[in-house]
Design a protein around this ligand. Structure first.
Ligand code: ARG
Length: 252
């Protein structure tokens, strides 16, 4: 190879290397979101009171929280309402900017997204038919257990009890229980209360099976975004708005 060709080849290799490295490192900036003109929030509206449908609109605690985040960034907010198990992949692919879905911080999820500061403590509980004789969690191993696909409830059952029966939503799992296809549903505590309110003849066995904390999911390597979301959580906590939101959705 001629000397010039060698130099050109070396420079090209370097450029390629630098761009690959940059690709791996750069997440989402506030400029990116402003350029899109809106904050796209991935959620799954099957999780009252954190996210649920009111007519065509997706509303709930998480949506109110994200409206504050959008305002802080200076854009409007748009909801991408998808299956819960697809939320993280849509953040990774760039179809959504963040995820707000009552999402529990978990080590395996941290490999694919980052999380904001946590904003809510939760646990898994058991929903049963009111007339079910149930006195101890040790009885779960003899029962057919329904869960929402892709959730920490599903993980808990799989890792500690047995293979659960997965449903696209908690509501569908409840329907299956009412129809006698499963014996109980394991799901987050506040959604459990909401499901029981809406479905007479059910009860919550309140002994918590897990201890979990919710946070906003953020693309990896997006420090500005982490900072602005944590700032909103801190500000709302300091000025009392966070408590008002908790009261609005009967979360305290
Ligand atoms: N906290 C549980 C988890 O992170 C369940 C969340 C379900 N959220 C929803 N919007 N459906 O796995």
């Amino acid at each position: 190879m001629k000397k010039m060709t060698k130099i050109i080849a070396a420079v090209m290799a370097l450029v390629l290397l630098v761009s690959i490295t940059a690709c791996g490192k750069s997440g989402l900036t506030l400029e990116d979101i402003k350029a899109d003109g809106k904050l796209i929030v991935a959620t799954n509206s099957e999780f009252p009171p954190f996210e649920y449908k009111d007519g065509d609109a997706v509303v709930g605690f998480d949506m109110d929280l994200c409206a504050y985040i959008a305002k802080e960034i200076g854009v409007t907010m748009e909801v991408l309402d998808i299956a819960f198990e697809d939320v993280i992949a849509n953040i990774q692919s760039g179809s959504a900017h963040i995820g707000a879905a009552g999402m529990t911080v978990k080590p395996d999820r941290l490999q694919n997204v980052d999380f904001s500061d946590t904003y809510f403590k939760a646990s898994q509980v058991i929903i049963l038919k009111e007339d079910a004789a149930f006195t101890a969690t040790s009885e779960l191993k003899n029962m057919n257990i329904g869960v929402q696909d892709g959730t920490t409830g599903a993980d808990y059952v799989r890792e500690n009890i047995k293979e659960p029966m997965g449903f696209a939503s908690g509501a569908l799992a409840i329907e299956a229980m009412k129809a006698g296809q499963i014996d109980c549903v394991i799901i987050d505590n506040y959604p459990a209360i909401e499901f029981v309110k809406k479905n007479p003849g059910l009860k919550v066995y309140e002994t918590p099976l897990t201890v979990e904390e919710y946070a906003i999911a953020i693309p990896k390597n997006s420090p500005e975004l982490v900072e602005v979301i944590n700032k909103v959580i801190k500000d709302l906590t300091a000025n009392g708005e966070f408590d008002k939101l908790l009261e609005k959705y009967e979360l305290k």
